[in-house]
Design a protein around this ligand. Sequence first.
Ligand SMILES: NC(=O)c1ccc[n+]([C@@H]2O[C@H](COP(=O)([O-])OP(=O)(O)OC[C@H]3O[C@@H](n4cnc5c(N)ncnc54)[C@H](OP(=O)(O)O)[C@@H]3O)[C@@H](O)[C@H]2O)c1
Length: 239
Amino acid sequence: MSKKAIVFGATSGIGKALAQLMVKDGYTVAITGRRKDKLLEIQAANPKQYIIKKHDVTKLEDSEKVFNELTQELGTVDLIVYSSGVAEPNYNLEWNKELPTLNVNVIGAVKIYGLAYNFFHQQGYGHLVGISSVAGLRGNRHTPAYFASKAFQNNYLESLWMKAKRSKSKIHITDIAPGFVDTKMALGDTFGMASVDKATQQIYSAIQRKKKKAYVTKRWGLVAFVMKRLPAKLLMKLA
Ligand SMILES: NC(=O)c1ccc[n+]([C@@H]2O[C@H](COP(=O)([O-])OP(=O)(O)OC[C@H]3O[C@@H](n4cnc5c(N)ncnc54)[C@H](OP(=O)(O)O)[C@@H]3O)[C@@H](O)[C@H]2O)c1
């Protein structure tokens, strides 16, 4: 029987490419996002292996409904990926810029993490993957909500990892922390930018190995090691 997955935030970028890799690998994949035209476009390439569902993760009642509909349609689910994300520089700390980031990266994420964990608990197995960021390692004066939201994801996912391990269940949790990846979100060419293909291959490999945490691309593991140790006074001059 083919494996089954759900990717939240698969209309573009990392989520889309990851879903495409999984489909190539034989998975049936349910993909979500707000842009229905993009979902239809992706599905058209392989109608038998994609299920699509228009979904805004900030509409929390919808999250429960969409989640239940998809799990019922799929029957069993091996893998759930939360890739939805929003990032916006906010130099003047405008509330209307901070709020969408918090709604998608924190509230929306926790809603899906919880639904996924409890579903896997009932099912007896499953693998939850969150796409966080190296941004979660430290603060940033230009984009505070995004960096803080990614730190939140790092800690929440680690908490779920601990919970799953302690319960000796067959639930696996993976936190993927990419550096810069060439998507709309990266806002143009920058230091250490990886192609979507390269980043997604490495993400998929980390998922297959059921890693607890993976920096993508691998060089970001080294950057992370340094970043964790840099004094804030130096860090604020770099970014
Ligand atoms: N690109 C990078 O350099 C980079 C680095 C580190 C981490 N990441 C993380 O990687 C993840 C994917 O980002 P990406 O680079 O692939 O950017 P992207 O191409 O902009 O993809 C973002 C995805 O999030 C979805 N999304 C945004 N708001 C949503 C909402 N309200 N409801 C449901 N889905 C929503 C988008 O779908 P719709 O717009 O159709 O709703 C889209 O599918 C994010 O969590 C991001 O923080 C990216």
